[in-house]
Design a protein around this ligand. Structure first.
Ligand code: ZN
Length: 392
């Protein structure tokens, strides 16, 4: 199984429909939460949280939803409120087990989300095999998607292949809406790779350098966007988004600022994610065995000079993407021992010489081979001896 996520391309009507769905889900969640906690004060009722929530759901569908003032609820797919009850059960059972804090009311500030699935099927129950699912929704290749209970929507980036899924989660980050869904890996056609193996050197200066001579850069726009973010934060350094305990209401300007701030953060994150996703997909399509360095990320982040650059280029995220794309693109991701001297070794003759971080070109002292530092390292990663390599 792996997940696909796509940004939705919505017009104003569709955006308000998504907001409506998310608002409905939030309303039901908070309704259930309130009634459940209230029911605990009646000591003569002895029932589990799950049983209580079932009873509350009955009250909701048979009484609340039938009231004329709540007629608007019938405009939304029933899976929206059903998944709210599923989430509540889940939240309370996790709380009872001591895994999470007491479930809180949902608020609009924390972002919106709701789930959709085909009702005629069986909703996945935790711990049951995936085969129990019936009635999958088929997603055609292309830039359109039909979600259960909603009209067809447009996607910013298309889906490459025909596939099917059970459950769809629609969520909002700042002002962008996304749909994500799980796919079974075996339903995807096999991929034929033009290259058998590739070494990928993840770097600070260049995002990724490959042993076949290609390289990937982080776009300049992230730098611009970060400058804009810094400026925004400095100009608004004294703004506070209200305080419920002190009964201070957020000013309109503060509210505008926090929306802008969230947008800018999301903008940077989405450029980064977009670039790394494209890069890892591209390489996964190209090569069967992908070798990357098994970096001591913790160690590098504690080194302050490297910290910003490393977290910028998100090594860990790249490794994660390569790893989960294995099943989709039938690749094999291998990690090369972090003590393997990929930068210090000559990729032609195997000579090892010291290399400082500032030396950008490898100039071999033995065979006089000259190569770009990162390219030399990527070739070494590709050719690393098998005892220095482990599966990701
Ligand atoms: Zn050499």
């Amino acid at each position: 199984m792996f997940a696909l996520q796509r940004e939705l391309k919505l017009n104003n009507v569709e955006t308000s429909l998504m907001r409506g769905n998310a608002g409905f889900k939030r309303w039901v969640y908070n309704f259930g939460l309130e009634l459940l906690t209230a029911s605990w004060s009646f000591e003569d009722i002895k029932a589990s949280d799950s049983k209580r929530l079932d009873a509350i759901k009955k009250v909701f569908t048979q009484v609340t939803m039938q009231r004329p003032e709540y007629a608007w609820m019938k405009l939304y797919p029933s899976t929206v409120y059903q998944s709210a009850f599923i989430d509540l059960k889940d939240a309370f059972s996790r709380w009872r087990k001591g895994l999470v804090e007491f479930p809180k009311k949902k608020s609009k500030k924390k972002g919106d989300s709701f789930r959709l699935y085909k009702t005629a099927g069986i909703y996945p129950v935790k711990g049951e095999p995936a085969q129990a699912f019936t009635n999958r929704v088929v997603i055609n290749a292309g830039k359109r998607i039909k979600l259960p209970g909603l009209k067809e929507l447009r996607l910013k980036e298309g889906v490459d292949f025909i596939c099917s899924s059970q459950t769809f989660t629609v969520s909002r980050t700042a002002d962008k809406w996304f749909v994500s869904f799980m796919l079974d890996a075996q339903k995807i056609p096999p991929v034929i790779h033009p290259i058998i193996s590739i070494g990928v050197d993840l770097g600070v200066k260049v995002l990724a350098t490959c042993s076949d001579g290609t390289f990937y850069d982080m776009p300049v726009t992230t730098k611009k966007a970060k400058i804009k973010l810094g400026r925004l934060q400095w100009h608004n350094r004294n703004k506070v988004l209200g305080n419920k305990k002190l009964k201070i209401r957020a000013s309109n300007n503060a509210r505008i600022y926090y929306t802008q701030l969230a947008k800018q953060h999301a903008h940077i994150a989405s450029i980064r994610l977009d670039t790394t996703q494209k890069m890892t997909t591209d390489i996964s399509r190209k090569a069967y065995v992908i070798r990357i360095e098994d970096l001591n990320i913790q160690g590098m982040i504690s080194n302050h000079k490297l910290a910003s650059a490393v977290s910028n280029n998100c090594f860990y995220e790249i490794r994660r993407q390569f790893t989960y794309k294995q099943s989709h693109y039938s690749t094999k991701v291998e990690l090369v021992d972090r003590w393997f001297p990929s930068s210090k070794m000559c990729s032609k003759c195997g000579h090892i010489q010291p290399m400082t971080l500032s030396e950008r070109v490898y100039n071999c002292g033995r065979c006089e081979h000259i190569q770009d530092r990162d390219e030399n390292a990527s070739v070494n990663l590709m050719n690393a001896p098998i005892d220095k390599v482990r599966l990701a």
